[in-house]
Design a protein around this ligand. Structure first.
Ligand SMILES: Cc1cc2nc3c(=O)[nH]c(=O)nc-3n(C[C@H](O)[C@H](O)[C@H](O)COP(=O)(O)OP(=O)(O)OC[C@H]3O[C@@H](n4cnc5c(N)ncnc54)[C@H](O)[C@@H]3O)c2cc1C
Length: 463
């Protein structure tokens, strides 16, 4: 039987990053994968969606070439080619992980892994052959898949999840997107830009429900302006797929209404991959669909760990990676600080983009803080004007008493690349005045952060 120091089950951004860090720390490491290296993120999540969104954005630029003094006589989209490009980008990234595994001397074991007692793992390959491995430490990083609602069973044709939504053979004329979290609004933006008639149905009273209220309002305005229909405080109670398309029964405050479309995309969250992986045989505790872990990702059974989407906490690639690194550094005996889940950035890549970290204004008030709020609109930014991207703003929230940077919320072009400033500032426990005194380059979109902070302290220059 092959024996390792560390075996990681699953090779998503949790698993493969964990394996690399483990190898760097001198552990003999293997990673087990049943599908493609890179997991959901590289193959079916973060990366292929961003490739689709880039095509949509370029298409939007072509549509608005006149705004930039340019004339494009003929342009069109090729839906098939857009999808192919996205798949090629994903395949390239997965091959990149293959290279990283080789470079770091990590064994890749192909097949379905199942935990066994005594720190063993059984892997069944595609021909059904079973092989047993043992390790001093086994880290579960099996991730998650699209969640199915009983009222919205996915048939993979007319009622689909995110995987199918990024590989459709034919562009739908009409689409209903159920759920307006990051995945829902990214697909809504993509399909609307490509020319599909899109309706978003959201159960909560606002879209992108976890974001600051002002961000949700701005996105709703932008989406409505671009032709996306939005129904909030609304619920799809049933779907009828018997005819040519789909009829979705939608319950709203005003009553029930039937929406017709070619496709319904269910984007209502995720379901963890915790079935049939031997958790019960080993006695690993779970709660509400997640594997329970402590601050160092140790389960209740010594020698078994879990990280990423399969554990509680935000289901994000950068969180999965950070958890895995921390987990193996702890195994290596390093002094590690528990992850600060209050300082995790969240990004949404539709147009306008959204990026946020920390408390929303409502949450800060709810928690009893006396706050200072500053907001700077991109309409007052030189770089935004030059780029034709005047939509959106940066909003910052500080604790009035001690100057702690409680939250930062951005909506606009390229803001997903700007939020790290707030994450770093908060990590270093900076105050508003320190941000103000850190000279930002001109002209950049990032000046808006400095100006928003200045606005919070009544020192704003450009508004
Ligand atoms: C459409 C979409 C867009 C997204 N966009 C973003 C984004 O922009 N930014 C962001 O931060 N996050 C994004 N996410 C979320 C992100 O993809 C996940 O948080 C991340 O992939 C979780 O990583 P993980 O390693 O925990 O699990 P996963 O990436 O799910 O990887 C788990 C791996 O384990 C394998 N596996 C499972 N069970 C077994 C088994 N028994 N044996 C062997 N292998 C097994 C699976 O095949 C898979 O490869 C997006 C998700 C989706 C669906």
């Amino acid at each position: 039987m092959s024996t390792y120091d560390i075996i990681v089950l699953g090779s998503g951004p949790g698993g493969y990053v964990t394996a690399i860090r483990a190898s760097q720390l001198g552990f003999k490491t293997a990673v087990v994968e049943k599908e493609s290296l890179g997991g959901v993120c590289l193959n079916w999540g973060c990366i292929p969606t961003k490739a689709l969104l880039k095509s949509a954005q370029v298409f939007e630029y072509l549509k608005h070439a006149g705004d930039y003094g340019l004339s494009v006589k003929e342009y069109d989209k090729d839906f098939d080619a857009v999808v192919k490009r996205s798949r090629n980008v994903a395949d390239g990234m997965s091959k990149g992980v293959q290279f990283l595994m080789k470079k770091n001397k990590i064994d890749v074991i192909e097949g379905f892994g199942k935990l066994k007692a005594g720190k063993k793992l059984e892997v069944t390959d595609k021909d059904g052959k079973k092989t047993e491995y043992s390790a001093k430490h086994i880290i579960v990083a099996t991730g998650a898949r699209s969640r199915e609602l009983p009222s919205l069973p996915q048939d993979g044709e007319k009622v689909i999840g995110y995987r199918k939504a990024m590989t459709l053979e034919k562009q739908p004329k009409k689409m209903i997107v159920v759920g307006s979290g990051a995945i829902g609004v990214e697909f809504a933006y993509f399909y609307n830009s490509m020319g599909t008639e899109v309706t978003i149905v959201e159960y909560m009273p606002k879209i992108v429900p976890v974001e600051d209220d002002e961000v949700s309002k701005q996105l709703e305005r932008s989406f409505k302006k671009s032709g996306i229909k939005i129904m909030t405080s609304a619920e799809v109670t049933s779907v009828d797929t018997s005819g040519d398309g789909v009829k979705a029964m939608v319950k709203t405050k005003k009553g029930e209404e039937v929406l017709e479309a070619d496709i319904v995309l269910s984007a209502v969250g995720i379901k963890t991959n915790i079935e049939n992986i031997g958790l019960e045989d080993v006695g690993i505790a779970t709660d509400r669909d997640k594997i329970l872990v402590n601050d160092y990702y140790q389960t209740n059974i010594p020698g078994y760990y879990a990280i990423g989407d399969v554990t509680p906490g935000p289901a994000l690639a950068h969180v999965a990676s950070a958890e895995g690194i921390l987990c193996v550094e702890k195994i290596a005996g390093m002094h590690v600080e528990a992850l600060d889940y209050g300082n995790i950035p969240g990004c949404t890549y539709c147009t306008p983009e959204i990026a946020s970290v920390g408390l929303t204004e409502a949450k800060a008030k709810e928690q009893g803080y006396d706050i200072k709020v500053g907001k700077f609109p991109f309409s007052a930014s030189g770089k935004a004007s030059a780029g034709g991207n005047k939509e959106g703003f940066v909003k910052v929230i500080f604790d009035a008493k001690y100057g702690e940077w409680l939250g930062c919320h951005m909506i606009g072009a390229g803001v997903t690349d700007m939020i790290a400033e707030a994450v770093l500032g908060r990590k270093l426990e900076t105050t508003g005045h320190e941000v103000l005194k850190a000279v930002h380059p001109h002209p950049t979109m990032s000046e808006a952060v400095m100006e928003a902070v200045a606005a919070a302290y009544d020192e704003v220059i450009h508004i």
